[in-house]
Design a protein around this ligand. Structure first.
Ligand code: ADP
Ligand code: MG
Length: 399
């Protein structure tokens, strides 16, 4: 009881802690007006001439620069405007990394239209037909956002193709489905049907990276929303900007702000000081990742190290499995280890993916083995390397 009482009476530095959360959707998005205005222009006809045109848009840009949040904010603006004019536009945001198959994505779409729809017992083709029927019966248009679309594409699934063909042979040719795809870069589109690619390529919105000044404005705004007045100074926000501007992922900035505030609270400070920011920026690795790494076998850790080193040496975002194998073999020779078989290493790769250690994307899964190439989205390689090395050392393996 006493512990709780003490904690509960402790003054907090947060005004609204949840507003620093990555998934919180702020009312304003500094420096993304241009993109929202562009989206509004592109989707204007959904309001002026309902169901006469469907749009397909592709958004590209690096990780952590507000693609997802901008589209979500745009989605709610669109729905609001439509409602004012008695037009029903539904919005569904699908993260293809979470909904790993077209089937799951389709179920998610249906559930937006009918909450009680059962999860099993239909084929994808059934689902597509049910969706069209719903849309026609209820006279609605749906904006489907396929976020991190590359995850579906890499599996050889072309959901966009199915969704856009669904109405093709009906007489009532109302256009009821619009799509926004979000990918980091357009290279992953190569696996798609030609007509899908060309229709997507006509409408690409490239989100540019934020400048340092813009990152500052954004973090200041998020700090203003979530922290009490005068808890953090401009100079300290600049310090946060400095520690994240290299890869420019706003998520890392929000994370540091949150940690620095927690650290300041823990020290009973009235406001954040530079030490809190320094400590807050030190350990950005999520706890879950640390845990997985701690219990990973040395062999697998060495293989991970080979991947990290491969990426450190290269500037491109792609690296071939063959290249990693070479590095791994060198590491094994240096440490007198017996290298694991290629198929075992291939399994390790899949496991890394599942464990979320590094978001590996295996391009063209059909070409198993040596020809596959691998991508890692921006992760802090140096930090990951440091931790892997430390864990190996703690196991008595000097690296
Ligand atoms: N202009 C902005 N204003 C306020 N917060 C932003 C802005 N841009 C990004 N964020 C925040 O940064 C984080 C990462 O943005 P997100 O949209 O997830 O990036 P992406 O989809 O490009 O990887 C989110 O928590 C988001 O709320
Ligand atoms: Mg995103």
């Amino acid at each position: 009881m006493e512990y709780f009482k003490e904690l509960l009476t402790k003054p907090t530095l947060f005004q609204e802690e949840r507003k620093l959360d990555m998934n919180f959707i702020p009312e304003e998005l500094p420096h993304r007006d241009k993109e929202i205005s562009l989206l509004s222009q592109l989707f204007l006809s959904l309001i002026t001439k309902p169901n006469s045109i469907s749009r397909k848009i592709l958004i590209t840009g690096k990780t952590g620069i507000g693609k997802t949040v901008t589209v979500k904010v745009f989605g709610s603006i669109l729905q609001k405007i439509a409602k004012e004019r008695n037009i029903v536009i539904k919005y569904v945001h699908i993260n293809c990394r979470k909904e790993r198959t077209s089937y799951k994505a389709l179920i998610k779409i249906i559930r937006i239209l009918n909450e009680n729809f059962p999860k099993r017992g239909y084929s994808p083709q059934d689902l597509l037909e049910i969706i069209t029927d719903f849309l026609n019966q209820q006279d609605v248009h749906i904006l489907i956002v396929l976020d991190e679309l590359n995850y579906l594409i890499n599996k050889g699934e072309d959901l966009i193709y199915s969704l856009t063909r669904v109405n093709d042979d009906s007489i009532d040719t109302q256009e009821r489905i619009s799509i926004i795809g979000i990918v980091r870069d357009i290279s992953c589109l190569n696996n798609l049907d030609y007509s899908t690619v060309s229709s997507l390529q006509r409408n690409i919105i490239k989100f540019s990276n934020y400048s340092k000044e813009q990152i500052f404005d954004i973090l200041k705004y998020r700090a203003y929303l979530s922290l009490k007045e005068n808890v953090i100074s401009n100079d300290l926000i600049k310090m946060v900007v400095e520690s994240i501007h290299v890869n420019g992922d706003i998520r890392n900035g929000l994370n540091i702000l949150w940690k620095a505030t927690k650290i300041a609270e823990g020290k009973n400070l009235q406001h954040i000081n530079s030490e809190c920011v320094r400590l807050g920026s030190q350990e950005l690795m999520p706890f879950s990742t640390l845990d997985v790494l701690k219990y990973m076998s040395s062999q697998k850790l060495f293989f991970l190290l080979a991947i990290i080193m491969g990426f450190k040496k290269k500037i491109e975002i792609n690296i071939s499995f063959a290249d990693i194998l070479r590095r791994y073999q060198i590491i094994c020779e240096n440490y007198g280890l017996h290298p694991r078989s290629n198929s075992q290493l291939w399994n390790y790769l899949q496991e890394f993916k599942r464990e979320g250690i590094i978001l590996i994307e295996i391009l063209g899964e059909k070409i198993r083995g040596r020809k596959a190439s691998i991508q890692i989205p921006e992760v802090d390689l140096l930090k990951l390397e440091k931790i892997v090395v430390e864990i190996l050392q703690s196991k008595g393996l000097s690296v």
